[in-house]
Design a protein around this ligand. Structure first.
Ligand code: ZN
Length: 245
């Protein structure tokens, strides 16, 4: 399985102590370490103000599962790239959107809604409840995952009704959130997963790592990704009798 991890890697990631203590080589390297257990990982990062020049067509065309983490540079992602990603998902590529990628262009393009939510950043506790214990993404996870510190994301989360709600997060401050949801878009599988604020240690939590690895396996295309999408005009399979007067 070829996995491409996309993440921001600007000044904040290179210089802020709170981020460096959790992701010393960048969040993309932390995620590479997670996903290397289940596939061959390529990383692509977005620097301050750049327009995803490193995210080439070649990389996209060699991706079975795309993992996307973005936060402060969503607007620098070209519309054209978001469109290409959405089309490749419809042709069969799997995609995992993490944490603040809820406002990324490719996610909003695939959802068709505003994808807005409530948030609060006070390092509160989250209990991530497994809602679907037989889903491939929750295999081996148990009943719930306790996360010591996370950013609160709260309802209402303006997404289309999910195909499957796999996790619901509960926060110390009282809110709840659909923290893990799945969709099918064309032939591709989409998973949105809430944990992963850049100054929190969620991606070092063994159960969260297991969920991410399960998600990549689940999202991998079952068949070869289609070359293109089209609307063919086809001959009839049966002889169609001429209508009588
Ligand atoms: Zn965050």
């Amino acid at each position: 399985m070829k996995i491409t991890v996309f993440s921001e890697y600007g000044k904040a990631f290179r210089e802020w102590k709170d981020v460096l203590s959790v992701h010393p080589h960048g969040l993309h390297e932390t995620l590479k370490d997670v996903f290397s257990a289940v596939g061959e990982v390529t990383t692509v990062y977005q620097d301050d103000g750049d327009h995803c020049v490193r995210f080439t067509d070649d990389i996209l065309n060699n991706t079975d599962v795309l993992v996307w983490w973005g936060h402060s540079m969503h607007n620098d992602v070209p519309d054209e790239l978001a469109e290409k990603i959405a089309e490749r998902v419809q042709r069969g590529m799997g995609v995992i959107f993490l944490h603040s990628a809820h406002m990324s262009k490719p996610f909003r393009r695939l959802m068709g809604t505003s994808c807005t939510l409530k948030w609060r950043e006070v390092n509160e506790r989250e209990r991530l409840w497994v809602i679907d214990p037989v889903h491939p993404i929750t295999r081996g996870v148990g009943e719930y995952v306790d996360i010591a510190h996370e950013e609160m994301y709260g309802e209402v989360f303006d997404i289309p009704t999910p195909d499957e709600t796999v996790f619901i997060g509960w926060y110390q401050g009282g809110e709840v959130f659909r923290s893990g949801v799945t969709y099918r878009r064309g032939r591709g599988k989409v998973f949105y997963f809430q944990p992963g604020h850049e100054t929190n240690e969620s991606y070092h939590n063994e159960k969260i790592r297991l969920i991410l690895q399960n998600a990549a396996k689940w999202a991998a295309p079952a068949e070869k990704i289609l070359e293109k999408l089209d609307c063919p005009c086809v001959p009839a399979l049966e002889k169609i009798a001429e209508e009588k007067e």
